[in-house]
Design a binder for this molecule. Structure first.
Ligand code: ADP
Ligand code: FDM
Ligand code: MG
Length: 210
């Protein structure tokens, strides 16, 4: 039996990293994140370095070019994800293609264009959206120097996530109120995953393939 593939999404400061770590412990899962393999982590790839430099505003890139790099960063991780799941290990993933779409749409790119490069990636069994208002998120510590960390950008990202939610098949996108305590949110995330049916096939479905 393959492992479960669980994604956690949300705005900056929604509590994703906190909950991914809690959920990964509860499920004995491997925790991963996107963007991954960046210099602030323990391993780097050429793509990860370019993304990191862009996020910390040390380089400029065309909006479509950075969008494709974020997607390529997922594609370079694809085989590792598949191998891990096929070995029976669960994965809990901090951000995925949905962040890719939401942040680029918030900059004005079209929804369909943003979705295209991620078509065919492994489809998560469920995506938990940690829902928090922009105002509450900004109260959880001031925004820093990174790109996208502003109230106006986060408001647009939140609207884009709402559009993605409408586009997701029944049961694949679960909204959890992220305004509760860390323990309450963790309990709810765990109950979402425990209520999932066992994976019906050994292989993963392709993302966005209708
Ligand atoms: P993200 O990864 O979504 O940006 P983090 O998990 O890093 O969010 O959390 C952002 C900040 O909010 C951290 O200071 C964290 O301690 C705090 N935090 C996380 N979850 C909660 C919660 N449920 N209630 C209050 N503060 C929280
Ligand atoms: N981000 C993340 C994107 O713009 N596109 C993507 O595909 C992904 C995965 O990168 F501002 C943005 C979202 C956020 C930043 O921040 C990553 P964290 O703190 O590492 O999640
Ligand atoms: Mg985080």
């Amino acid at each position: 039996m393959r492992g479960l593939f669980v994604v956690v999404e949300g705005l900056d400061r929604a509590g994703k990293s906190t909950q991914v770590s809690r959920l990964a412990s509860a499920l004995d899962a491997k925790a991963i994140k996107f963007p991954g393999n960046i210099p602030r982590e323990d391993r780097t790839t050429a793509i990860g370095k370019m993304i990191d430099s862009y996020l910390v505003q040390q380089s400029e890139l065309d909006d479509r070019a950075i969008h494709l790099l974020f997607s390529a960063n997922r594609w370079e991780a694809r085989q590792g994800i598949v191998t891990c799941l096929e070995s029976g290990k669960n994965i809990v993933c901090d951000r995925y293609a949905f962040s890719g779409i939401a942040y680029s749409c918030a900059k004005g790119l079209s929804y369909q264009w943003c979705k295209a490069p991620d078509v065919g990636l492994p489809e998560p069994d469920v995506t938990i959206f940690l829902d928090l208002s922009v105002e509450e998120a900004s109260r959880r510590g001031g925004y820093g120097e990174e790109r996208y960390e502003s109230v106006s950008m986060q408001s647009k990202v939140r609207e884009a996530f709402a559009q993605i939610r409408k586009d997701m098949p029944q049961g694949k996108w679960v909204v959890v109120d992220a305004g509760k305590s860390v323990d309450e949110v963790a309990a709810e995330c765990e109950s979402v995953v425990r209520s999932l049916a066992k994976p019906s096939s050994a292989s993963l479905a392709p993302l966005f393939a209708q």
